[in-house]
Design a protein around this ligand. Structure first.
Ligand code: BG6
Ligand code: MG
Length: 219
């Protein structure tokens, strides 16, 4: 069979920005008079900025005017951008740089499938922009994960059938999106949370392309 193509989520897979999103949303909730915890935050992972704010407001039972909604969404992003300002290649998650080098060595093409509008900025900061053959981010999709749009667009840009794509994801919504796209998935994190993933690894440290392909083909 011809080589598969890898599609990567960004936040929580390549870089640990998931914690910065959480901090910024928590600050917003607190300024609006309520709180969110890590358990609630799980359902925000992979979800667009606007959809995340809707869920948070519903959780806190806060109703905003359209103008205030936009203002808070912008405020959250301002806080988030402050938090990511200092990012450098040191902020890549453990093993990620080696894994991308191993993809190149094995001739595996890589695409990005992220809900974030800040994705190109972050990839540039951590020096990984060149590692991608295609980029799909929050600026180019209209539907949030678990809708498969982001990954189907990635497959289209790379000119491959969805069945040839393997998605790397840390979010429940992202694993569901991969499944809906007809793609296999590698969950990054806890197997008791990412139960729908084809296989789960804790991260990329000491993981090779060969390890993934051998394991996923036996599932
Ligand atoms: C996803 C994150 O990658 O991007 C979400 O998991 C985030 O937490 C979403 O809300 C949108 O990101 P941004 O950077 O456009 O606000
Ligand atoms: Mg993620």
């Amino acid at each position: 069979m011809s080589q598969p193509v890898f599609l990567f989520d960004l936040d929580g897979v390549i870089v640990d920005t998931a914690v910065y999103h959480y901090q910024a949303w928590k600050r917003l909730a607190q300024e609006l008079g309520f709180d969110i915890d890590e358990e609630f935050n799980e359902q925000l992972k992979g979800i667009s900025r606007v959809d995340s704010l809707h869920r948070i407001l519903e959780h806190g039972q806060v109703v905003l005017t359209e103008a205030d909604f936009d203002r808070w969404a912008t405020q959250k992003n301002t806080w988030y951008l402050e938090l990511i300002e200092e990012m450098t290649p040191q902020h890549l998650l453990p093993g990620v740089a080696d894994f991308f080098a191993n993809c190149r060595t094995n001739g595996i093409r890589c695409g990005l499938g992220s809900a974030s509008k800040n994705a190109p900025k972050i990839l540039e900061k951590v020096g990984l922009l060149e590692a991608f053959d295609a980029l799909v981010d929050g600026n180019s999709v209209s539907k949030s994960k678990p809708d498969p749009e982001v990954f189907l667009k990635g497959a289209e840009l790379l000119g491959v059938e969805p069945a040839r794509c393997i998605v790397f994801e840390d979010a429940l919504a992202g694993i569901e999106a991969a499944e809906a796209a007809g793609m296999k998935s590698v969950g990054i994190g806890d197997p008791t949370v990412l139960t729908q993933a084809t296989m789960v690894i804790p991260g990329f440290l000491n993981v090779t392309v060969n390890d993934i392909l051998t394991k996923i083909n036996n599932q």
